[in-house]
Design a binder for this molecule. Structure first.
Ligand code: PAF
Length: 283
């Protein structure tokens, strides 16, 4: 694997392999099995796999964990070599933000960016969409692979690609979970031992809702409230638990809509998110 540490090195590769099918896996590093499953899908579907590693300052709020976000380039490079990745693209902020100006131009997908996590993390999805658009312009991939764990992010990117007419296929990959159901995330390492034991409760509550809806329950508000109460009793501070239309993320108009149940909750100083698809009659 070759590390491309600036845009000149990346451009040489992009120009040289223009006739190859290129897959991009955008990451912020600190790679775990969830990321590696994205890499595996990319490897299957493309001739050339480029993994970007960049902790994106503009998707973190003022009081969030940008400074402390784990940066583990050595271990990440080793893991990517083992996975037969062709290139790791590790740009600096100067490569991505002209004149080091973090706010000169932004990409926004307004319908999806102010709801759910966007309500609690203002500016987050603009930050994600902006950086991913920059990666798409620089890497010019044929396909790009993202985890379903960040479901709202995946929908934002799909809409951005559709409406800005990026000629890129977006592939979502199923969430990888620990044995007890906890979705893999770099932020899980912030949990202390006691919190780690409680953490899978978020997944279990979403699973209860999925099972109830699939068995015919239609009182969505009641299910959401019950799950929030259970989470609070378990020691979480829930931001939301919500049953939404799987594509638009709007409140469903009918229980027959294609649905997803999403949740975000704080456990101590760690914010966990998760989601599960709900099988409905229409699916
Ligand atoms: O999912 C992530 O790791 C990040 O949000 C992404 C897509 C790499 C953009 O910084």
């Amino acid at each position: 694997m070759i590390v491309l540490s600036d845009n000149n090195a990346l451009k040489q590769v992009v120009d040289k392999y223009r006739d190859k099918k290129i897959a991009l896996v955008p990451t912020m590093g600190n790679l775990h099995r969830g990321h590696l499953s994205l890499v595996d899908v990319a490897r299957e579907k493309a001739d050339l796999v480029i993994v970007s590693i960049y902790v994106n300052p503009i998707q973190f709020g003022e009081n969030e964990d940008f400074t402390n976000y784990p940066r583990t380039l050595g271990a990440d490079s080793y893991a990517l070599c083992q996975r037969d990745v062709d290139f790791a693209y590790t740009p600096s902020t100067r490569d991505l933000f002209v004149d080091n100006n973090l706010s000169a131009a932004q990409v926004n997908v307004p319908a999806l960016s102010g709801i759910l996590c966007g309500k609690y993390r203002p500016g987050h999805f603009q930050g994600v969409a902006t950086i991913v658009a920059k990666f798409f312009n620089l890497v010019k991939p044929d396909i790009a692979v993202f985890g379903e764990k960040d479901y709202q992010q995946l929908k934002v990117i799909e809409q951005m690609v559709r409406h800005l007419r990026f000629p890129i296929e977006i592939i979502g990959v199923a969430t990888v979970r620990e044995e007890d159901g906890l979705a893999m995330s770099s932020r899980n390492q912030y949990l202390n031992d006691a919190e780690r034991v409680v953490a899978p409760e978020l997944y279990r509550e979403l699973l209860h809702i999925k099972t109830a809806v699939e068995s015919g329950a239609t009182d969505f508000a009641g299910l959401e409230m019950k799950a929030s109460t259970q989470l609070t009793e378990a020691g979480f501070k829930p931001d939301y638990v919500s049953i939404r239309h799987a594509q638009t993320l709007e409140n469903p108009e009918s229980p027959r809509d294609s649905l997803v149940v999403l949740g975000a909750a704080w456990l101590g100083d760690t914010r966990l998110i998760d989601n599960i698809a709900v099988k409905t009659v229409e699916d």
